[in-house]
Design a protein around this ligand. Structure first.
Ligand SMILES: NC(=O)c1ccc[n+]([C@@H]2O[C@H](COP(=O)([O-])OP(=O)(O)OC[C@H]3O[C@@H](n4cnc5c(N)ncnc54)[C@H](OP(=O)(O)O)[C@@H]3O)[C@@H](O)[C@H]2O)c1
Length: 238
Protein backbone atom coordinates (compact mmCIF):
# COMPACT_ATOMS: atom_id res chain seq x y z
CA UNK A 1 0.00 0.00 0.00
CA UNK A 2 0.98 3.65 -0.39
CA UNK A 3 1.04 4.97 3.17
CA UNK A 4 1.64 8.54 4.35
CA UNK A 5 2.40 9.90 7.79
CA UNK A 6 1.64 13.52 8.73
CA UNK A 7 3.80 14.25 11.77
CA UNK A 8 6.91 12.13 12.23
CA UNK A 9 7.04 12.28 16.02
CA UNK A 10 7.12 9.55 18.65
CA UNK A 11 4.15 7.47 17.61
CA UNK A 12 4.42 7.83 13.84
CA UNK A 13 8.09 6.86 14.01
CA UNK A 14 7.27 3.75 16.02
CA UNK A 15 4.51 2.74 13.58
CA UNK A 16 6.76 3.28 10.55
CA UNK A 17 9.31 0.93 12.14
CA UNK A 18 6.49 -1.63 12.44
CA UNK A 19 5.13 -1.22 8.90
CA UNK A 20 8.14 -0.41 6.71
CA UNK A 21 9.60 -3.96 6.87
CA UNK A 22 6.34 -5.24 5.35
CA UNK A 23 7.18 -3.53 2.05
CA UNK A 24 4.63 -0.71 1.97
CA UNK A 25 5.65 2.43 0.08
CA UNK A 26 5.76 5.07 2.82
CA UNK A 27 6.04 8.86 2.75
CA UNK A 28 6.72 10.68 6.02
CA UNK A 29 6.47 14.41 6.58
CA UNK A 30 9.66 16.38 6.91
CA UNK A 31 8.85 17.76 10.38
CA UNK A 32 10.82 16.08 13.16
CA UNK A 33 13.56 16.11 10.54
CA UNK A 34 15.91 13.85 12.50
CA UNK A 35 13.23 11.12 12.77
CA UNK A 36 12.28 11.48 9.10
CA UNK A 37 15.93 11.27 7.98
CA UNK A 38 16.60 8.24 10.17
CA UNK A 39 13.55 6.40 8.82
CA UNK A 40 14.42 7.06 5.18
CA UNK A 41 18.01 6.01 5.86
CA UNK A 42 16.85 2.79 7.51
CA UNK A 43 14.30 1.72 4.88
CA UNK A 44 14.61 2.08 1.09
CA UNK A 45 10.79 2.20 0.80
CA UNK A 46 10.47 5.26 3.10
CA UNK A 47 10.79 8.74 1.60
CA UNK A 48 10.45 12.24 3.07
CA UNK A 49 8.17 14.95 1.64
CA UNK A 50 6.42 18.11 2.73
CA UNK A 51 2.87 17.75 4.07
CA UNK A 52 1.21 18.29 0.69
CA UNK A 53 3.62 15.82 -0.92
CA UNK A 54 2.76 13.18 1.67
CA UNK A 55 -0.97 13.64 1.03
CA UNK A 56 -0.50 13.50 -2.72
CA UNK A 57 1.59 10.32 -2.56
CA UNK A 58 -0.54 8.24 -0.19
CA UNK A 59 -3.74 6.24 -0.43
CA UNK A 60 -3.86 5.76 3.35
CA UNK A 61 -2.82 8.60 5.64
CA UNK A 62 -1.92 8.40 9.32
CA UNK A 63 -2.24 11.47 11.50
CA UNK A 64 0.50 11.64 14.14
CA UNK A 65 -0.18 15.25 15.08
CA UNK A 66 -1.24 17.16 18.16
CA UNK A 67 -4.94 18.21 17.94
CA UNK A 68 -4.33 21.95 17.60
CA UNK A 69 -1.77 21.38 14.84
CA UNK A 70 -4.16 19.07 13.00
CA UNK A 71 -6.96 21.64 13.20
CA UNK A 72 -4.74 24.34 11.69
CA UNK A 73 -2.95 22.20 9.13
CA UNK A 74 -5.33 19.62 7.65
CA UNK A 75 -7.94 21.85 5.92
CA UNK A 76 -5.24 23.31 3.65
CA UNK A 77 -3.92 19.94 2.43
CA UNK A 78 -4.96 18.34 -0.89
CA UNK A 79 -6.98 15.36 0.37
CA UNK A 80 -8.95 13.59 -2.34
CA UNK A 81 -12.00 11.33 -2.49
CA UNK A 82 -11.11 7.68 -2.02
CA UNK A 83 -8.23 8.35 0.36
CA UNK A 84 -8.56 6.83 3.79
CA UNK A 85 -7.33 8.45 6.98
CA UNK A 86 -6.35 6.71 10.21
CA UNK A 87 -5.98 9.15 13.08
CA UNK A 88 -3.72 8.60 16.08
CA UNK A 89 -4.95 11.84 17.68
CA UNK A 90 -6.40 10.63 20.95
CA UNK A 91 -8.07 13.94 21.84
CA UNK A 92 -9.78 14.65 18.53
CA UNK A 93 -13.05 12.76 17.92
CA UNK A 94 -13.29 11.09 14.52
CA UNK A 95 -16.23 13.24 13.29
CA UNK A 96 -14.01 16.30 13.78
CA UNK A 97 -11.19 14.59 11.88
CA UNK A 98 -13.68 13.80 9.09
CA UNK A 99 -14.54 17.48 8.74
CA UNK A 100 -10.84 18.37 8.51
CA UNK A 101 -9.87 15.78 5.86
CA UNK A 102 -12.91 15.84 3.52
CA UNK A 103 -13.31 14.64 0.78
CA UNK A 104 -11.08 11.82 2.12
CA UNK A 105 -12.68 9.35 4.55
CA UNK A 106 -11.71 9.33 8.23
CA UNK A 107 -11.60 5.56 8.70
CA UNK A 108 -10.78 4.98 12.34
CA UNK A 109 -9.26 6.45 15.48
CA UNK A 110 -6.42 4.15 16.46
CA UNK A 111 -4.14 4.19 19.47
CA UNK A 112 -0.87 2.37 18.91
CA UNK A 113 1.83 2.30 21.59
CA UNK A 114 5.56 2.93 21.18
CA UNK A 115 6.41 -0.75 21.76
CA UNK A 116 4.98 -1.45 18.30
CA UNK A 117 8.40 -0.49 16.94
CA UNK A 118 9.89 -3.60 18.52
CA UNK A 119 7.32 -6.36 17.95
CA UNK A 120 3.76 -7.53 18.48
CA UNK A 121 1.78 -4.88 20.31
CA UNK A 122 -1.85 -4.09 21.15
CA UNK A 123 -3.76 -1.22 19.55
CA UNK A 124 -7.24 0.08 20.29
CA UNK A 125 -9.41 1.19 17.38
CA UNK A 126 -12.83 2.78 16.97
CA UNK A 127 -14.73 2.16 14.87
CA UNK A 128 -13.72 -1.34 13.83
CA UNK A 129 -12.07 -1.18 10.39
CA UNK A 130 -11.02 -3.92 7.98
CA UNK A 131 -8.30 -1.59 6.73
CA UNK A 132 -6.82 -1.23 10.21
CA UNK A 133 -7.00 -4.98 10.80
CA UNK A 134 -5.24 -5.58 7.47
CA UNK A 135 -2.49 -3.02 8.03
CA UNK A 136 -1.80 -4.12 11.61
CA UNK A 137 -2.19 -7.84 10.90
CA UNK A 138 0.97 -8.65 12.88
CA UNK A 139 -0.42 -6.94 15.99
CA UNK A 140 -3.39 -7.23 18.35
CA UNK A 141 -6.11 -4.82 17.26
CA UNK A 142 -8.74 -4.41 19.98
CA UNK A 143 -11.78 -2.97 18.18
CA UNK A 144 -13.99 -0.85 20.43
CA UNK A 145 -17.77 -1.15 20.04
CA UNK A 146 -18.63 2.44 20.94
CA UNK A 147 -17.11 5.85 21.54
CA UNK A 148 -17.76 5.28 25.26
CA UNK A 149 -15.75 2.05 25.21
CA UNK A 150 -12.93 3.81 23.37
CA UNK A 151 -12.93 6.62 25.95
CA UNK A 152 -12.91 4.12 28.82
CA UNK A 153 -9.95 2.23 27.38
CA UNK A 154 -8.14 5.47 26.54
CA UNK A 155 -8.18 6.18 30.28
CA UNK A 156 -7.58 2.61 31.42
CA UNK A 157 -4.43 2.25 29.29
CA UNK A 158 -2.86 4.96 31.44
CA UNK A 159 -2.31 2.27 34.07
CA UNK A 160 0.85 1.44 32.11
CA UNK A 161 3.05 4.20 33.48
CA UNK A 162 2.09 3.60 37.16
CA UNK A 163 2.90 -0.08 36.61
CA UNK A 164 6.28 0.89 35.17
CA UNK A 165 6.90 3.23 38.08
CA UNK A 166 6.00 0.49 40.57
CA UNK A 167 8.63 -1.75 38.99
CA UNK A 168 11.21 1.03 39.08
CA UNK A 169 10.39 1.69 42.75
CA UNK A 170 10.64 -2.01 43.61
CA UNK A 171 13.95 -2.38 41.76
CA UNK A 172 15.26 0.77 43.42
CA UNK A 173 14.18 -0.51 46.82
CA UNK A 174 15.86 -3.87 46.13
CA UNK A 175 19.06 -2.00 45.21
CA UNK A 176 19.07 -0.32 48.62
CA UNK A 177 18.86 -3.81 50.16
CA UNK A 178 21.86 -5.23 48.31
CA UNK A 179 20.52 -6.16 44.86
CA UNK A 180 22.33 -5.03 41.70
CA UNK A 181 20.15 -2.30 40.20
CA UNK A 182 20.13 -3.32 36.53
CA UNK A 183 19.68 -6.98 37.36
CA UNK A 184 16.73 -6.09 39.60
CA UNK A 185 15.03 -4.16 36.78
CA UNK A 186 15.68 -6.90 34.21
CA UNK A 187 14.34 -9.57 36.54
CA UNK A 188 11.18 -7.64 37.42
CA UNK A 189 10.43 -6.81 33.75
CA UNK A 190 10.79 -10.47 32.83
CA UNK A 191 8.75 -11.61 35.83
CA UNK A 192 5.81 -9.33 35.11
CA UNK A 193 5.85 -9.73 31.31
CA UNK A 194 6.01 -13.53 31.41
CA UNK A 195 3.26 -13.92 34.00
CA UNK A 196 0.93 -11.48 32.25
CA UNK A 197 1.51 -13.20 28.92
CA UNK A 198 0.88 -16.65 30.37
CA UNK A 199 -2.43 -16.10 32.12
CA UNK A 200 -5.65 -14.03 32.22
CA UNK A 201 -5.73 -11.64 35.16
CA UNK A 202 -8.16 -13.27 37.61
CA UNK A 203 -6.54 -16.74 37.62
CA UNK A 204 -3.12 -15.11 37.82
CA UNK A 205 -4.15 -13.11 40.87
CA UNK A 206 -5.65 -16.23 42.45
CA UNK A 207 -2.38 -18.06 41.92
CA UNK A 208 -0.56 -15.17 43.64
CA UNK A 209 -2.77 -15.26 46.73
CA UNK A 210 -1.11 -17.86 48.95
CA UNK A 211 -2.16 -16.90 52.46
CA UNK A 212 0.72 -15.24 54.26
CA UNK A 213 2.84 -15.21 51.08
CA UNK A 214 4.88 -12.22 49.95
CA UNK A 215 2.47 -11.29 47.15
CA UNK A 216 -0.62 -11.54 49.34
CA UNK A 217 0.97 -9.50 52.16
CA UNK A 218 2.15 -6.68 49.87
CA UNK A 219 -1.24 -6.51 48.13
CA UNK A 220 -3.07 -6.39 51.47
CA UNK A 221 -0.79 -3.55 52.59
CA UNK A 222 -1.47 -1.59 49.40
CA UNK A 223 -5.22 -2.19 49.69
CA UNK A 224 -5.20 -1.03 53.34
CA UNK A 225 -3.18 2.09 52.54
CA UNK A 226 -5.47 3.16 49.70
CA UNK A 227 -3.33 2.47 46.61
CA UNK A 228 -6.09 0.76 44.64
CA UNK A 229 -8.73 3.32 45.66
CA UNK A 230 -6.30 6.00 44.41
CA UNK A 231 -5.96 4.18 41.10
CA UNK A 232 -9.74 4.09 40.61
CA UNK A 233 -10.27 7.73 41.58
CA UNK A 234 -7.35 8.72 39.33
CA UNK A 235 -8.88 6.90 36.38
CA UNK A 236 -12.23 8.58 37.01
CA UNK A 237 -10.53 11.98 37.09
CA UNK A 238 -8.73 11.61 33.73
N1 LIG B 1 3.15 8.97 21.97
C1 LIG B 1 2.26 7.99 22.10
O1 LIG B 1 2.51 6.96 22.76
C2 LIG B 1 0.93 8.08 21.41
C3 LIG B 1 0.14 6.93 21.33
C4 LIG B 1 -1.09 6.98 20.66
C5 LIG B 1 -1.51 8.19 20.11
N2 LIG B 1 -0.73 9.31 20.22
C6 LIG B 1 -1.23 10.57 19.62
O2 LIG B 1 -0.40 10.86 18.51
C7 LIG B 1 -0.30 12.27 18.36
C8 LIG B 1 1.17 12.62 18.28
O3 LIG B 1 1.78 12.21 19.50
P1 LIG B 1 3.36 12.03 19.62
O4 LIG B 1 3.61 11.53 20.98
O5 LIG B 1 3.88 11.29 18.45
O6 LIG B 1 3.79 13.57 19.55
P2 LIG B 1 5.11 14.22 18.96
O7 LIG B 1 6.26 13.29 19.13
O8 LIG B 1 5.19 15.59 19.53
O9 LIG B 1 4.78 14.31 17.39
C9 LIG B 1 4.05 15.35 16.84
C10 LIG B 1 4.56 15.53 15.43
O10 LIG B 1 3.82 16.57 14.79
C11 LIG B 1 4.77 17.32 14.02
N3 LIG B 1 4.26 18.61 13.59
C12 LIG B 1 4.07 19.73 14.33
N4 LIG B 1 3.63 20.71 13.51
C13 LIG B 1 3.55 20.18 12.26
C14 LIG B 1 3.16 20.66 11.00
N5 LIG B 1 2.74 21.93 10.84
N6 LIG B 1 3.22 19.84 9.93
C15 LIG B 1 3.61 18.54 10.07
N7 LIG B 1 3.99 18.02 11.23
C16 LIG B 1 3.95 18.83 12.31
C17 LIG B 1 5.95 17.41 14.94
O11 LIG B 1 7.08 17.89 14.24
P3 LIG B 1 8.22 18.79 14.98
O12 LIG B 1 8.92 17.84 15.92
O13 LIG B 1 9.09 19.25 13.85
O14 LIG B 1 7.49 19.89 15.70
C18 LIG B 1 6.04 15.95 15.36
O15 LIG B 1 6.67 15.21 14.33
C19 LIG B 1 -1.02 12.91 19.54
O16 LIG B 1 -2.24 13.43 19.11
C20 LIG B 1 -1.20 11.77 20.53
O17 LIG B 1 -2.43 11.85 21.23
C21 LIG B 1 0.49 9.27 20.84
Amino acid sequence: MNLGFLGTGTISTAVVHALAPLGHTIAVSERSAANARALSAAYPNVSVADNAGVVTAADVLFLGLMPDVAQGLLPALPFRAGQRVVSFIADLPLPEVQALVAPATAESLVLPFPAIAHGRSPLIAFPQSELVTEIFVAHDVFAMDSAAEFAAMLSAQAVLSPVVQMLLEAAGWAATQGAEATKAQDFLRSLVASNLTASPLAPLLASLSTEGGYNARLRAHMEATGSFAALKSGLSAL
